[in-house]
Design a protein around this ligand. Structure first.
Ligand code: AN7
Length: 354
């Protein structure tokens, strides 16, 4: 009989999709057994009523903990376990915390999540609690929480704690599989990929995935990457527009989309390069545009996403409006997290009878 984890990974392989299906493209030693919940293999849904055109939504809400973070967490926790650490630590706007808590539980590791007090949607907090994570709240925004993780691990030297924020390269290795799945389904890369940007790990990882396929000769063209930020939390869009070579941080990021309420993204340089190399662009969308897109995806398509994820549709609409893209272009909108993550925003903005 295979051990439990071997069994899991054979299922992930047989499903045809999923992060571990691409194991050969992940730089891990073959002897390392994955800690997996069969993440990835998420639906690519053609939308038609919220937007007509060649538009697909990559519904990452279908991952085990309801967000794209599971793709990176399965690899990050696998490495943490193989290193023999006691536990993992992450700062988070919520989804990383929920994912780390679940995968750490599966691996038998402790998990500490450092959260901005009052800045995390209820569903995500509930998941961290459910999976038994230790929750530390800091006054301030995500950037302050991340500073706390740096202080704990680097300055206080807690070597038994493995940091799993997205400056951790293993998480990005897992997240790059989103690009592989898009190519598997569409048979070729789309013209554009729209990604909501917070700490900027995901857009960097997806671009890395496409580039690898290109470098291996598996695809002949590359998509343009479009990073979408909320107007009140748009350090990268600002840096991009002003053509600055250093990050222009936002001290008090503000947006309804709490997942991407980040003022000093750690992966800023990688993200700028992804957009630049792909001849893409950064754009901003307002909170109203985010809420409208969230509603349209929900009522016209049956696709329930959290506010940050709706930014990609809002970004697509804006790109059409300002003439950056054409209706005929094939676009994939990455819908990063599930609607259930943030019930408070739904009840606040979508009251009965509206
Ligand atoms: C739904 O959980 O940063 O640009 O700590 O939860 O890779 O940061 C979440 C980010 C987009 C932005 N959509 O991705 C965290 C966290 C959703 C998210 C993003 C996040 P990155």
């Amino acid at each position: 009989m295979p051990s439990n984890t071997e069994f899991d990974w054979s299922i992930a392989r047989r499903r045809r999709f999923g992060v571990w299906r691409y194991r050969e493209l992940l730089p891990l030693h073959n002897d390392i057994e994955p800690v997996t919940l069969c993440e990835g293999g998420t639906p690519l849904i053609k939308i038609s009523r919220a937007m007509n055109g060649n538009v697909f939504v990559k519904f990452e809400g279908a991952n085990p903990t309801g967000s794209f973070k599971d793709r990176g967490m399965t690899v990050g926790i696998t490495i943490a376990k193989s290193l023999g650490v006691e536990g993992v630590i992450v700062a988070s706007t919520g989804n990383t915390a929920a994912s780390a808590a679940a995968y750490a539980a599966r691996a038998g590791l402790q998990c500490i999540v450092v959260l901005p007090r009052g800045g995390v949607a209820k569903g995500k907090l509930a998941q961290a609690l459910l999976h038994g994570a230790k929750i530390v709240e800091v006054d301030g925004v995500f950037d302050d929480a991340l500073e706390e993780v740096f202080t704990e691990v680097v300055i206080n030297g807690k070597r038994n704690l493995y940091p799993l924020n997205s400056y951790n390269p293993w998480r990005l290795e897992g997240q790059k599989t989103l690009a592989f799945e898009i190519v598997d389904e569409l048979r070729e890369p789309p013209d554009y990929v729209f990604v909501p940007v917070g700490n900027a790990g995901n857009i960097s990882a997806i671009w890395k995935g496409f580039k690898e396929l290109y470098n291996y000769g598996l695809i002949r063209k590359l998509p343009k990457m479009v990073g979408v930020q909320a107007e009140g939390a748009a350090p990268l869009a600002k840096t991009w527009t002003l053509k600055s070579r250093t990050l222009i941080p936002i001290e008090r990021p503000m947006t309804i989309a709490s997942a991407i309420r980040i003022g000093r993204p750690v992966n800023w340089l990688k993200a700028l390069k992804a957009v630049e190399e792909s001849s893409g662009v950064f754009i901003t969308v307002s909170d109203d545009e985010i809420v409208n897109s969230m509603r349209d995806l929900a009522v016209y398509e049956g696709v329930g996403v959290e506010p940050a994820s709706a930014a990609s549709l809002a970004g697509y609409r804006k790109a059409l409006e300002i003439g950056i893209i054409d209706k005929g272009d094939v676009a994939v909108l990455v819908a990063t997290g599930h609607a259930l993550k943030d019930p408070d925003t739904i009840t606040k903005y979508f009251s009965r009878g509206d």
